[in-house]
Design a protein around this ligand. Structure first.
Ligand SMILES: [Zn+2]
Length: 64
């Protein structure tokens, strides 16, 4: 299994869009759970990291 090096500030596109229709999320916090914010409706949610990594279609790394 591949570990995705997620970091706060990264953006992700998920396989399944948010109920609002948006597919892009900003990563706010990374730990055993990941806190992300929907870029379309600005709502945030906390997801189990393993489940979250499986749901990622595209990982857009933050510029550092
Ligand atoms: Zn949304």
């Amino acid at each position: 299994m591949q570990i995705i090096p997620l970091r706060a500030g990264d953006r992700v596109k998920l396989k399944k869009p948010h109920p609002c229709g948006g597919a892009f999320f900003s990563v706010l916090r990374v730990g055993a759970e990941v806190r992300v914010k929907c870029e379309t409706c600005n709502r945030d949610m906390t997801v189990d990291r393993i489940k979250f990594e499986k749901a990622i279609r595209e990982h857009i790394k933050a510029e550092s």
